[in-house]
Design a protein around this ligand. Structure first.
Ligand SMILES: Nc1ncnc2c1ncn2[C@@H]1O[C@H](COP(=O)(O)OP(=O)(O)OP(=O)(O)O)[C@@H](O)[C@H]1O
Length: 377
């Protein structure tokens, strides 16, 4: 049985003095003109399910202009439980609460994970590898605490190692200890990524073909140390071989670091490791950044999001809350219909739109339509 988000209440949050949203167990459509606050509500739902927002706001930005504090709360109901997730901002500080008890942002994760699509996600195909790495890690962190710990630890090691590299030759005696930490955390993080990407990849291929009338898309992982361009996903991602995969990545990474040492000291940055690995998308065998149309790029990102939904269900045995902000523009009618059909039954979904005309009668019949107007803001 799923746990569902039932109602969101916000006070003095962004452009809302006070607002309550009752969320349908299947499909809720937030309809309204530009700038009425639809994305703000989606952001609130992400904050209260994932402990983070795609906009990365400072606490003060969440508070309505002219107010001194704000509060957001979301009821999650199911499996015989009611759980209240809340976030408050006062005096410039953000606090999360679970059933009234203070917790860290990570305390918002794990009950109902969320998968969000927003127009900025198109950066996943348009921009550099860091956006794709962040998408993969952001998803992994929600699903698995050890992924979250590893990602945080690795990031700190890279920062500290880079600081030492910038100190120059004097630091050469000290770098060894940081090499060890980088290689150990880096190898484990790489294998976590490979295992997750292998799961996502299978669904991306399936969903993209369904959205794009059979056209083929793919996603691959290219580590900085993989100089031969081998298909490491297939080789290293089988869960049963996790320990030996980590050992093998460990060796590759150690060798790569040794090769780059002089250049690293010259440039003051760490040149090998998961923080520089590439996640590459292709359509019909060609790199999407230079080749794909807007509609193809959007379809590929949507296929990735549907893949996140399916993988969440596979791993946690329950579906996530699916948040779709302005998802339909730039898709033709066929792709729009295929996308809506691709949302599995039982996946609680919130969609924002300026135009209900994007949705067919069947989708409208099974959804709760909530009009957001300036009166509420
Ligand atoms: N802290 C704040 N105080 C007051 N208003 C804010 C605050 N933060 C954001 N806003 C306002 O909220 C408004 C609505 O933003 P939002 O992005 O949710 O609109 P939207 O309905 O999704 O619009 P669109 O259809 O154009 O994407 C913006 O005009 C913005 O200026």
């Amino acid at each position: 049985m799923a746990i569902l988000a039932t109602n969101l209440i916000v006070e003095n949050y962004r452009n809302f003095p006070s607002f309550e949203l009752e969320i349908d167990e299947r499909l809720t459509m937030l309809v309204g003109r530009n700038a009425v606050g639809k994305t703000n509500l989606v952001e609130a739902l992400q904050l209260l399910t994932a402990g983070r927002s795609f906009r990365r706001p400072s606490p003060a930005e969440l508070v309505r202009e002219g107010a001194s504090s704000c509060s957001l709360s979301l009821n999650l109901t199911g499996e015989g439980r009611v759980i209240d997730h809340a976030c408050r901002v006062a005096e410039g500080k953000r606090t999360f609460l679970r059933n009234g008890k203070r917790c860290r942002a990570a305390g918002m994760r794990g009950v109902v994970p969320s998968v969000l699509f927003c127009p900025d996600d198109l950066d996943m195909v348009k921009r550099g590898a860091s956006v794709r790495r962040a998408a993969l890690d952001g998803f992994g962190v929600q699903l698995n605490e050890s992924y979250a710990r590893l990602e945080g630890a690795y990031e700190r090691v890279v920062e500290q190692r880079n600081a030492l590299l910038k100190d120059g030759a004097l630091a050469r005696d000290l770098i060894g200890a940081w090499d060890e930490a980088l290689i150990a955390n880096g190898a484990a993080l790489t294998v976590h990524r490979l295992a997750l990407l292998a799961r996502i990849r299978a669904y991306v291929r399936e969903f993209y073909a369904a959205l794009a009338g059979g056209e083929e898309a793919d996603v691959s992982y290219e580590p900085t140390w993989d100089t031969e361009g081998a298909d490491v996903i297939a080789e290293l991602s089988a869960p049963a071989e996790r320990a030996s995969a980590i050992e093998r990545v460990h060796e590759h990474l150690a060798r790569a670091l040794a090769t780059h040492e002089d250049e690293e000291f010259r440039r003051g940055i760490t040149l090998a490791g998961p923080h520089r690995d590439e996640v590459r998308f292709s359509i019909a065998g060609r790199d999407v950044r230079t080749f794909a149309s807007q509609g193809q790029q959007r379809s590929l990102v949507l296929a990735w999001k549907l893949a996140e939904v399916a993988v969440t269900r596979d791993i946690l045995s329950r579906p996530p809350l699916l948040l779709l902000d302005d998802v339909m523009s730039e898709l033709d009618a066929e792709r729009r219909a295929a996308f809506i059909a691709g949302i599995e039954d039982g996946v609680q979904t919130v969609i924002t739109t300026t135009n209900l005309g994007y949705f067919d009668d069947e989708a409208l019949a099974r959804s709760k339509v909530v009009t957001i107007g300036h009166g509420q803001a």
